[in-house]
Design a protein around this ligand. Structure first.
Ligand code: FEO
Ligand code: CA
Ligand code: CA
Ligand code: CA
Length: 726
């Protein structure tokens, strides 16, 4: 979310709710599937298709070794008292747990820069060596004594953290953003360097608490100005040629890095979500473009005459600022930045173990509002698989399957291994049928109408397909989802999960949708009204979590069985809204972050604006079952769906609540389960510099603190040095 209390006025404020998927709603297969569903619902059970899928699934490709679908070999049992919902301005953890702050906005990673001063006086340049803003996705990589990736190491590691955006107007500038039509160059420069990723070495001292190792040779910042390479199908394509890189082989910056991923060879994946925050397009630009280009720009939410909320392009004539204008100003693409939008929306791979390595935009994984990229457990001889979501209303869930199969000798292979597994493969998009079955639809140039004959957009080649993955997915009739956020794969049984945070764009089944509105479907089934105080919120205001199991347990399968693991809701909501039976110990709204820790414990984090009259955002721990452990249900609004087993106090429990006006996001747990990291993003986002609503993290320990709120990474440990959560 973007908060600017003293903004230069932008033509179109962008947030991650913006709808840009204009394609017609019901695909013919959806209609057929809906009819089938009604029939099977009448018969009172899951369909034959689903039963066959569920019955035929083996688990041979899963990482859990001796795991089975019917019992949990680790016998994970939640072992803490649920934290109550609350509106305190600090992190509340269960009895017996403690927290410390690892790092916050502005903390110096190296020696030579002063400590953060609480007055915004830090120089722009120093943010190339300071912790950035808007902490989001992250990953812990165990670090061996010889500086290599050691997946089993818990007491020393590298923590890679995304810095998604700048939380205005708090920490960064002396007095917030200077008002005016044009931005102040030094402020924009500081914002450019406060975005991106930080890599910091972390180490245990006494007990299991962790501290940052200031001055470590591994500490590094990657920003919105860092040079990086294009690899995969779009490398060298005319679509990514710019004045900076006339051959389309490289670009500068990764931006609005939301969630993340990691690879089994020991690299970090950071994903570019709301890059429309920084890209503008001038009035009259359509006339300078081929019709096809305009279709592509519009489908990605960049119509002509669109200012960007950050107005970085207005800060001066330096190339550092001009490059944020995606408009035709020169004779060719080599003379301007008309293609700058095509240089964002990718998955970026970073080798945290080599501080001088060049990050790579892995274009084979497609371009969209990339929330994250989550691997299935790697199995020798099987392809590497990444699950991905496009976080905007009505967008899609994707899967990438590598051409190369996993060779465990590639651990510590760095960017070379990355090229081997992530530059060649097959991109798919998900279609969820109403009967609980689903298909992965291939997005390959020359197949299934994804070619130059396509009426809405004439695809030229695979570079065009990955750059315009949304349009290719439209062609295939993929299922439009309620804003895909984080995903993860259960290491104990191989099932994949993804949060669908909320969607205000669903309308009642009896309504006539207008514009991009959609009626509910089985995978996004609820339509209801939720009151936040006296404010009515309609659609699916609380969100849900979907999960799927690949056919025959094969990560490369092209069909799957799905159900809805959890429906978020207030515990006092109607039973056809609170379909998972949440109670006071586990009710929540707007799931966003999701993470299976190495033990198979599931963590759910919220970024909510619906239940925040009652509680701040939170994190829950869960011991999930499996696809098919519930049954059919009829959701509020009358749509039939397939749901998982009900939540109980034993299998879903609230672990912590964050400070005021924050989002809880980003999580990592050490292999021994004894240190947990999570991020607090934008505490106090509804306040202002003169009227703050939060003083966190200072308020965690200082009563009555008036310090500026800052995004930060928190370390959670148990006072008795035990394992977290169980
Ligand atoms: Fe940056 Fe979709 O959350
Ligand atoms: Ca409410
Ligand atoms: Ca998110
Ligand atoms: Ca969110």
């Amino acid at each position: 979310m973007i908060t600017r209390s003293t903004p230069p006025v932008a033509a179109s404020q962008y947030d991650d709710n913006e709808i840009v998927n204009p394609t017609a709603s019901a695909h013919m297969d959806d209609i057929l599937a809906a009819r089938l569903s009604r029939r099977s619902a009448l018969k009172g059970g899951v369909s034959a298709t689903t039963a066959a899928l569920l019955g035929g699934l083996g688990l041979t490709a899963c990482g859990g070794g001796n795991s089975t679908a019917t019992e949990n070999p680790k016998a994970l049992v939640l072992g803490f008292n649920a934290v109550a919902k609350n509106l305190s301005d600090w992190v509340t953890v269960p009895d017996g747990y403690q927290v410390s702050i690892l790092h916050a906005l502005g903390d110096p990673l190296q020696f030579g820069d002063e400590s953060w001063k609480n007055d915004g006086s830090e120089t722009a340049d120093s943010y190339n060596r300071r912790v950035g803003d808007g902490h989001d996705g992250m990953y812990f990589f165990g670090l061996s004594e010889d500086g290599k990736y050691d997946a089993g190491r818990s007491d020393r590691g590298l923590l890679a953290v995304n810095h998604e955006y700048v939380v205005q107007p708090y920490g960064l500038h002396p007095a917030g953003i200077t008002a005016g039509a044009a931005r102040v160059a030094s402020e924009v420069e500081k914002e450019i360097y406060a975005h991106g990723v930080s890599v910091a070495e972390v180490k245990r001292g006494t007990g299991n608490d962790m501290s940052m190792v200031r001055g470590s040779r591994f500490n590094r910042r990657i920003t919105s100005a860092t040079e990086m390479a294009f690899t995969g199908p779009a490398k060298g394509s005319a679509l990514v040629k710019t004045k900076f890189s006339t051959d389309g082989l490289k670009t500068r910056g990764t931006n609005n890095n939301c969630a993340n991923g990691y690879t089994p060879w020991g690299t970090y994946l950071t994903c570019e979500e709301n890059w429309l925050n920084v890209v503008a397009r001038a009035a009259g630009d359509n006339a300078q473009r081929a019709a096809k280009e305009v279709v592509g720009l519009n489908r990605y939410g960049l119509p002509e005459n669109r200012k960007n909320p950050y107005l970085w392009d207005t800060a001066g004539t330096s190339d550092l600022f001009v490059r944020w204008t995606s408009s035709v100003t020169g004779a060719t693409a080599a003379d301007d930045y008309r293609n700058i939008a095509n240089t964002f929306g990718w998955v970026v791979e970073i080798d945290p173990f080599n501080a001088t390595s060049t990050p790579a935009k892995r274009t084979a994984l497609g371009r969209f509002n990339h929330e994250g990229a989550w691997p299935a457990p790697a199995v020798v001889g099987q392809p590497i698989v990444m699950y991905m979501g496009d976080d905007a209303r009505n967008e899609y869930i994707y899967k990438f399957v590598s051409k190369a199969v996993w060779d465990a000798n590639d651990v510590n292979g760095g960017m070379t291994a990355g090229s081997k597994y992530l530059d060649e493969g097959t991109l798919y998009v998900a279609k969820f049928n109403a009967d609980g079955s689903g298909q992965w639809l291939e997005l390959t140039f020359g197949k299934n109408g994804i070619d130059a004959s396509n009426a809405s957009y004439a695809f030229a080649d695979q570079a065009d397909v990955v750059t315009h993955a949304r349009i290719a997915a439209d062609v295939r009739g993929a299922t439009k989802m309620d804003r895909p956020e984080w995903g993860g794969v259960n290491p104990l049984n191989g099932e994949a999960y993804m949060t669908l945070t909320n969607n205000s764009n669903r309308v009642a089944t009896t309504a006539t949708p207008t514009g991009s509105q959609l009626k509910p479907d089985a995978a996004n089934p609820r339509y209801y009204e939720d009151m936040k105080g006296t404010t009515s919120q309609k659609g699916n205001p609380n969100g849900h979590i979907i999960r799927w199991r690949e056919a025959n347990g094969s990560v490369a399968a092209t069909s799957f069985a799905w159900d809805i693991y959890l429906f978020a809701a207030q515990s006092d909501a109607a039973s056809n809204v609170n379909l998972s039976g949440l109670t006071a110990v586990n009710d929540f709204s707007s799931p966003d972050g999701l993470y299976f820790d190495p033990r198979g414990l599931l963590w759910i984090q919220t970024d909510d604006g619906a239940y925040t009259d009652v509680t701040n955002c939170m994190m829950l721990a869960a011991v999930p079952g499996k696809v098919g452990d519930g049954g059919t249900a009829t959701a509020a609004g009358g749509t039939a769906t397939v749901k998982g087993a009900n939540a109980t106090a034993d299998n879903v429990r609230r672990f912590l609540v964050g400070p005021k006006d924050c989002e809880i996001t980003g999580i990592a747990v050490t292999p021994d389960g004894k240190t947990l990291f999570f991020n607090v993003q934008h505490p106090g986002e509804n306040g202002s510099l003169n009227s703050p609503t939060s003083a966190w993290p200072a308020s965690q320990t200082e009563t009555g603190s008036t310090k500026r709120p800052r995004s930060a990474t928190v370390v959670v440990t148990r006072k008795d040095s035990g394992t977290i959560g169980v």
